[in-house]
Write a protein that binds this ligand. Structure first.
Ligand code: NDP
Ligand code: HSE
Length: 401
């Protein structure tokens, strides 16, 4: 019998306990022994089917030699960091869905796990139920990863889909995402692109082998996005999606060898690209390897059971001999400002086509309706900003190509 603990009985923690019970037969067959939840750490006791397993005393987990794996689904950094560190120090494997903790303190905690010869796994921290971290590290191991980008936040993709498809108000769509268990405890992290930013840091850390400091990553969410831009883009054959992007940079694109960058921002995406049609709570992550080309991973990016599916699979990996331990270097040097990247830009201005052409030369007009919406030729973000200085800019978005 393998016994584990769960810390935090919220959306994901409850899903973990449910899967271990519902799929007990399958799990036991694959592990070669039954898997059981022995203790659940809560901060407030509530009635329910797992009440008899609950404690609010962390030392009951830390000091219990029968507990081999601890699942951390508390979220945030403070208590989650402290308990994770102490579980690893106590020689227990730890599994988490907590992207904030991995993005901010992952490097240090992974090093501690390595020293203790135990596992610290976090497949659920990016893409919810989508297998992405293991496939990127293992199945694409023969590649140099040059780029990772994707729709990394289920809540904002759900909100955008509801607003565009059914005309729902932003606040109603957000409330529904919260009711379904998709949103973070503080949903501004979703709406302002911070959650996607933490995930792109984790993906970049693993893809490039160096820490990306979340503090240096520009993160823009959907709160300033106008439905007018969404409609103009749709009519012109584009969809607007919130993307996180991390790129390896080098002399071939005018940067120092070994440099990299990452950012989060809404993008126009041509509707012919599969990722443009990823809707609702679904996420999609594209990995570009130098041998394989582009590979896209797709599935439910948030929610109780999809996320718990990834957590429980990680628990099973801890208890078996599958998989290599992920690790990256703490060296953050070589991070470039993503505004140095060249791409086409979408602008909506209060002004005429002549104003647009004076600033950008040749442009592609999408709409002239009192205001002018247009696409530029590829320019760096810094250049776009400079050229637009004299324009009355209502919106500016990057275009993915
Ligand atoms: P919830 O807010 O639903 O659950 C967190 C739980 O942890 C709550 O029950 C909370 O208790 C409890 N908790 C908080 N502090 C402590 C503490 N000090 N000791 C014991 N329990 C504590 O969050 P989620 O389940 O949605 O998310 C958990 C983690 O998983 C987060 O890191 C999140 O980013 C990540 N994640 C979530 C996904 C989702 O779809 N929801 C998907 C992928 C990752 P109380 O009820 O008292 O507040
Ligand atoms: N709040 C996150 C999202 C949960 O909506 O994507 C999954 O990480």
């Amino acid at each position: 019998m393998a016994e584990i603990a769960v810390m935090g009985l919220g959306t994901v923690g409850t899903g973990v306990v449910k899967i271990i019970s519902d799929n007990a037969g399958i799990i036991s067959k694959k592990l070669g022994e039954p898997l059981q939840v022995r203790t659940i750490l809560v901060r407030r006791f509530r009635d329910g089917p797992y009440r008899h397993l609950c404690t609010d005393d962390f030392s009951k987990i830390e000091n219990d030699p029968a507990i081999r794996v601890v699942v951390e689904t508390i979220g945030g950094v403070d208590a989650a960091y402290e308990y994770t560190r102490r579980c690893l120090e106590a020689g227990k494997h730890v599994v988490t869905a907590n992207k904030q903790l991995i993005a901010e303190r992952g490097c240090e905690l992974l090093e501690l796990a390595r020293k203790k010869n135990i596992k610290y796994l976090f497949e659920a921290s990016v893409g919810g139920g989508i297998p992405i971290l293991h496939p990127m590290l293992e199945c694409l191991a023969a590649n140099r990863i040059d780029e990772v980008y994707g729709i990394l936040n289920g809540t904002t993709n759900y909100i955008l889909t509801r607003m565009v498809r059914t005309g729902a108000f932003f606040s109603d769509a957000l409330r529904e995402a919260q009711r379904r268990g998709y949103a973070e405890a503080d949903p501004t992290a979703d709406v302002d692109g911070i959650d996607a930013g933490r995930k792109i840091c984790v993906l970049g850390d693993l893809a490039f082998g160096h820490q990306i400091d979340p503090e240096s990553v520009p993160m823009e969410g959907i709160s300033k996005l106008s439905l007018r831009d969404v409609k103009i883009a749709n009519r012109a054959g584009y969809r607007i999606k919130l993307l996180g992007r991390a790129l390896r940079l080098g002399p071939e694109n005018g940067f120092e060898s070994g440099s990299r960058t990452a950012y989060v921002a809404p993008h126009l995406i041509p509707e012919s690209m599969p990722i443009a049609n990823v809707e609702d709570v679904f996420n999609a992550i594209v990995v570009r390897g130098n041998a394989v080309g582009e590979v896209m991973f797709y599935g439910r990016g948030a929610g109780e059971m999809p996320t718990a599916s990834a957590c429980v699979s990680d628990v099973m990996e801890c208890l078996s001999s599958w998989g290599e331990a992920p690790l990256w270097s703490p060296d953050v040097s070589g991070f470039e400002n993503p505004l140095k990247l060249r791409c086409r830009h979408y602008f909506r201005i209060e002004g005429s086509l002549t104003d647009a052409a004076m600033a950008f030369g040749q442009v592609e007009v999408l709409s002239e309706d009192g205001e002018t919406a247009f696409l530029t030729e590829p320019v760096t973000g810094l250049d776009a900003k400079k050229r637009a200085e004299k324009l009355n800019v209502l919106s500016c978005l990057r275009v993915l190509s």
